[in-house]
Design a protein around this ligand. Sequence first.
Ligand code: SF4
Length: 679
Amino acid sequence: MGPDFVKTICPYCGTGCGLILAVRNGQVVGCSPDRGHPVSKGALCIKGWTAREFIHHPERLTAPLLKKDGCFHEISWDEAIDLLVTRLRETVDRYGPRAVGGLCSARCTNEENYLFQKLIRIGLGSNNVDHCARLCHGPTVAAMGHALGSGAMTNPIADFAGTNFILAVGSNAAETFPVAMGELYRAREKGAQLVVIDPRTTEMAKNADLHLPLRPGTDIPLLSGMMHHILSSGLENRAFIEQRTEGFSELAAYLDDWPPERAAQICGVAPELIRHVAEAYAQAPSAMIIFCMGITQHACGTANVYAVCDLALLCGQVGRPHAGICPLRGQCNVQGACDMGGLPDVLPGYQKVEDDWVRMRFEAHWGAALPKEAGMTVTAAMAADDSPIRAAYIMGENPVMSDPDRRHTIEFLENLDFLVVQDIFHTDTTRLADLVLPAACFAEKEGTFTNTERRVQRLRKAVQAPGSALDDLMILCRVGRAMGLDFNYADSAAVMDEIASLTPSYGGISYRRLQYKGLHWPCTDFDHPGTAVLHQKRFSRGRGLFVVPEYRPPQEAPDEHYPLVLITGRMFCHYHTGTMTRRSPSLHREVDKPFVEVNPKDAERRGICDGDRIRVETRRGAISTTARVVPKVAEGTIFAAFHFHEAPADALTNNALDPVSNVPEFKACAVEIAREGAC
Ligand code: SF4
């Protein structure tokens, strides 16, 4: 008998490509692209093609594990759930609800994230719920939410192909969103220009018409210089500004101080190039801005995103097909985890926890009181010397590798009275846990993911989870019931029905409607077709708001001890902390070891040759790794990917936070390197 075929969604980046899993005898034996998928249209990148390789890996967690005398022992689910509930409740009784915190997951489904935040909020009475959007697009949610009324991509990925001009700011989409990048290549074939602003000569930059290699952390001066030139040349879109925006005079007054010459002195890009790009963007019939963590992971991340919004509003390049602002979201369901209220200040649909009416509505539906004050962000909770958190529940996240300043993160987690981690493999974080719960992976459960363009899509179960592992939804239902909550959901579809009833932007979403192509939110009722392009007649907040972007240079400047700047990021064949991709033999073959990119001049000065072992050191720690001497990093900077636990980049990074979103400054800290020996 031939295999069965199951249509589902790639578990990696936020593009949300369609996969078809071939299943025989309870095993996934093949993985191929879904030609009818509306986003990927039959394409996959190397990660998607190989997404089945970790599913049946022998290291999958298969039973609940309790740590005793430093070693893990298998226990039953009943014992595990009982212990989890007892210890979390004890913490609340002893220290109050603000002493517990939970991390939901950008890799879990919408339904799981919804139940997780509901559990922490009404089961434990705490708004201390967060997830790894705090490490990437927190500034996007804050700034675009404030300036436009919605903190998400304004246009669908397919719109890239029809635009005339693409400005990519701090985005290496060619490596990190390869299938979405295909639409950019289609645009270029039709004559669109691609300009890339990035300190590194990334794959994206190599494919650009023009690359502006700015100094790390100087995006605001560069964008302000562009806006100054647009205004002084009369290239702004006056009609759009008058009819659809507010706050223009404050921005115009601020821009007086940013002639391209001044901007150039700070960002290192020649003033004539600043002028040239400004004119091209403003005069393009339609233009799109793409941005990623190159601008968000800074201590001025929120202000960086404001500057991007200001530029688009100034030129009227938003609110139309093929003209918009596109923050590409890095993980399969990071958009959905935010939408579901996996954040300390908002309930599902970005409804503020501090709004009495919002709380009353949720309380009436959930039948329980909600805490009134916003909770703590995970980065603020971990950075605080006197953090109130005494116990934590982590679902599908690995903060020991993903959060800044690894030594500090480990100290924080080791000092907790109780830590429970739910995951599919052991990670650097599960090893610190008191209790580990084995979860199901993407191929073993039903649910939905919301991709980077706000498209809600069905994830379908192909095989059973190994051993006694359960899907996160089932685990949460058992925990909820043990806490005395009404978590008696028949299935994930029933959870989506509850989400739709409480979340206006998901109000028209049901599994029946998601059968084929998914739906873009906002989709407010069951007759609504979904919204591919936002802000077409009015912004979600009414008028688009210009906000003055306050420039703050990187918080740790190079000095005589640490004279270089470290930039961290991703590479094409690995994903996040590597839990899945580093267990994929094909991806492991592509890149199996960590390395740091060093500019040839910096290497020569230190006697470092390509392939040498080097020590990389910052004020927070040091790692030993291999040097790749390449001109793609500018003199004075080095680059490290953060996928490798044997040389963890987060041992080096700075936990200086953006004051608005609390995103750490992963993209710039002071560092020094030294040769350890030949490879
Ligand atoms: Fe998966 Fe992203 Fe690659 Fe598509 S582009 S196959 S979603 S990793």
